[in-house]
Design a protein around this ligand. Structure first.
Ligand code: DCP
Length: 135
């Protein structure tokens, strides 16, 4: 037994900005979240870095290659032992397509405010808006 507490497992989400817009993806599951919009991403696997996980998740979900950038916004505690973090993601190649989502949308600052975002991702709205307005 160790006295060192286990580190939280991380869920990573990617903020892809292009041409003054941010990419959002509409969830299909679970039923409580279906139809609501998020920054795409998923759980970091054991022995995987958050950066590698983000690249893998966005490859799987959007068919793109990204370079994981810096953090944006606050940590969101999802449950005991699970924390959600957003990272800027730079598109390296490919055009995003919805392989795992109902649809994708490129939103500007005003549109972001009108989207039905999942509750967790609403925590990032101030920083996302700031970035969109600076573009
Ligand atoms: N989540 C969120 N906001 C995001 C991305 C994820 O609130 N931008 C939440 C939804 C889930 C959890 O994080 O409660 C895990 O996300 P996913 O279900 O998208 O991740 P995985 O596909 O990796 O999960 P699983 O392996 O369970 O299918």
């Amino acid at each position: 037994m160790s006295d060192v507490p286990a580190r939280d497992r991380e869920v990573v989400a990617g903020a892809i900005f292009r041409g003054g817009r941010l990419l959002l993806a509409q969830r299909t599951s679970p039923p409580a979240l279906a139809g609501r919009w998020e920054l795409p991403g998923g759980k970091v696997e054991e022995f995987e870095t958050p950066q590698a996980a983000l690249a893998r998740e966005l490859r799987e979900e959007l068919a793109v290659e990204v370079r994981c950038g810096t953090r944006i916004g606050v940590d969101v505690q999802l449950s005991a032992g699970l924390v959600l973090r957003a990272y800027r993601a730079e598109l390296v190649s490919g055009e995003p397509v919805a392989l795992d989502h109902a649809q994708l949308a490129w939103v500007d600052a005003e549109e972001l405010l009108s989207m039905d975002l999942v509750d967790n991702d609403r925590a990032w709205i101030p920083e996302l808006l700031e970035e969109l307005r600076a573009l």
